[in-house]
Design a protein around this ligand. Sequence first.
Ligand code: NAD
Ligand code: GLY
Length: 374
Amino acid sequence: MNVMPLSSSVVHTLHIELADRSYPILVGDALLDQLQTWESLPSATQAVIVTNQTVAPLYLERLRTVLSQRFPKVQVVVLPDGEVYKNWETLQTIFDALLQHACDRKTLMFALGGGVVGDMTGFAAACYMRGVPFVQVPTTLLAQVDSSVGGKTGINHPLGKNMIGAFYQPVQVVCDLSTLQTLPDREFSAGLAEVIKYGPIYDLDFLAWIDHHMDDLMQREPEALAVAVRRSCEIKAAVVSADERESGLRAILNFGHTFGHAIEAGMGYGAWLHGEAVGCGMIMAARLSHAMGMLHADRVTALHALIQRAGLPTVAPRLSEGRDNAAAYLSHMRVDKKAEAGAIRFVLIDDAGQAHLKSAPDSLVAEVIEASSI
Ligand code: NAD
Ligand code: GLY
């Protein structure tokens, strides 16, 4: 990967190319307060900022102030914080607020927060009056490198992660890198899992760059963050532009997610962070790739070491005792969105840095689960 020296004050604009649903992704420092950041947005009767109880005290006033200069009215909806609230009840409170404020079709919604706020706000925007535009203002690393880009929106069902939702693209994504400085360490590490993900599935040079700069990333060094967010968004934009609705290629972005979603659902949403579950799930998927004869053992070891250096858990939790553990994983994985006619499909990787969507024998998957669990 040819990484140019980068000043963190530079604003980079990337593009998702989706015909009339194309949009820019802005990546830079202190973008939130600048009127210029919001200048190209469509006009609106009201702006509605959806955020949560943790992010509101940190960034809401800054966004509200600048948007007040741009839109006639600015309303605010503050949600409770946590994956456990990514559900129908919370979604309903967004609709309640939109109706109480008499929001019409020319309302522009803003998702200010991490992936939970982004996924729910996007889904609310997709549904309200059959669709109003929305802007993603991601404030976690995970949301900046993954969830805010690409238009997957939705909520969890107790029986399956992100099972209810819609593909609905934002009109703009604004990644203000300076917001990442206030993230708790655990959340920051969870975001690194999704950064690492892009390496083995798409860009081995980027994987080598991450390996070389992991210490800088862990120290949240602004130049390293800027490169990581920009390259991750570039890859995500390329994949989504080629396959918006996941009829093929986009499934590679779910590397580690099949095992990861089983961990999240099996442990109860919120017990493991999404990024933590994905990090551990990537190790399991790499082990399965090795067991399927696709990946050299050294690559599995290297990925394991990198995920550990990112401060992420590398040992899978037991979802049930004894032999039931593998059965519990398998039963959660059968409701994965990639499953077809009950057959689980995994994103597996090879030594050339390519990802493949494949089924694997349950017995082999069970061996990997047992070898990976405490
Ligand atoms: P999150 O939204 O729960 O945010 C993590 C925590 O950080 C929360 O407590 C939040 O309040 C807090 N926070 C946010 N910004 C902060 C800041 N700047 N400073 C301090 N605290 C801050 O979690 P997440 O990791 O951002 O997102 C995970 C969610 O994203 C999951 O629900 C997952 O399913 C979803 N996701 C969606 C996609 C997609 O394509 N739509 C992709 C990946 C993940
Ligand atoms: N995070 C997976 C996707 O956007 O497709």
